[in-house]
Design a protein around this ligand. Sequence first.
Ligand SMILES: Nc1ncnc2c1ncn2[C@@H]1O[C@H](COP(=O)(O)OP(=O)(O)O)[C@@H](O)[C@H]1O
Ligand SMILES: N[C@@H](CC(=O)OP(=O)(O)O)C(=O)O
Length: 419
Amino acid sequence: MKVFKFGGASVKDAAGVKNLAKIVNSYNDSLVVVISAMGKMTNAFEELVYAYFNGNGIEQHYQKIKEYHLSIITDLFEPEEQGVIDEWLEALQLKLDTEPSLNYDFEYDQIVPFGELISTFIVSSYLNKLGWQNEWIDVRKILRTDDLFRSAGVNWELSSELMKEAFSFEGTQRYITQGFIGSTDTNLTTTLGREGSDYTGAIIAYALDAESLSIWKDVPGVLNADPRWYPKARMIDELSYWEAIELTYYGAQVIHPKTIKPLQNKQIPLLVKSFIEPENKGTAIKDTEQNVQLPPIYVLKEKQTLLSISPKDFSFILEENLSEIFQVISKHRLKINLMQSSALNFSVCVDHHKNIDAVMDELSEHYGVLYNVDMELVTIRHYTDKAISEVIDGKEVVDSQVSRKTARYVVKQSEWNFK
Ligand SMILES: Nc1ncnc2c1ncn2[C@@H]1O[C@H](COP(=O)(O)OP(=O)(O)O)[C@@H](O)[C@H]1O
Ligand SMILES: N[C@@H](CC(=O)OP(=O)(O)O)C(=O)O
């Protein structure tokens, strides 16, 4: 059996749903199809949660979400079938009519998952309408997690067991289910972190010992840079798991960082394919020779802040200082992307975050802390002199780190002009 994952971009409108149905139907394999919320709906649901929590503008955000889905449904179903998601909309409305608790992350996880539940229900109903038999599965019953809302950890053993039972392929060859969401053992809905549907695909592939996981994207496969940023980006046909993990770690957004490990552990290939040109091969990520010749691969991380931390009493930066600094950074959930230390200074490049002020406050008792906002972090894997000059010429470089395979630069944000 194979696992397919379709992201928001693939189901952003009715034409996308039709295209997905065609792709799925063109395979004779037993399939589990994991689908994300439609288009940018997760952002819209996030706005709705914010409104709900603050008691302001709920109706307006709810209507925006409802209308978006109804416009897709109008195009897919006959007038008498257009109530397909009414029950979901009523359940959402009911939730919005209750008072929120004091726990934002909990409320987030009770509302945002409606995006995935609704999108999969639409797709499954549409396949049924075409006579293409499938079974809709509520993944929350089988993907069990802890209760770290918005960033839930998976209970692998229990989930694997439940998944094997649920996806038995008795009576159907195709299952449709949700990415990104799960549930605690007390049946509270959780989410795995933004863009977590790729990860769901990998969890299911792992549990079922799938032949492969295919993630269907709006790009031909993994390129040597994000084409939205670097117009000359070109296809990479094959990558090792190792290389793919490195790229996702540095921030290549095409694959969620947690996706590769479960696949590597069971040697399940990951295929990154285009839903626009589904007949093309795409990129295969598997246990290949690590030394396959790769071109320079560029990864851009935007919205970075560089913190520069020095002990006030002029003492060396030692293990105790580092331990204290890491504890503060981790407590405030900042994500470190690059770090550098010298005798008297420790600098970290972090994703810009509202908690940076709290980190600075907490560190300021013992340390002088300076910070630079509006930074970008560029990583070049398999760098060449030409690739480096392409990235840093004309840029204000604030920090850099070069190792055998990887060159990284923190640069002041300014327009990119690749020739
Ligand atoms: N190295 C890369 N190769 C291909 N696409 C990349 C790369 N880095 C970033 N991207 C971006 O990733 C996008 C696809 O990922 P994403 O938007 O998360 O898909 P989805 O949400 O549909 O699963 C592409 O549109 C592309 O702009
Ligand atoms: N819908 C969720 C989960 C996800 O992975 O979506 P996508 O596959 O569209 O990135 C999000 O936007 O975070």
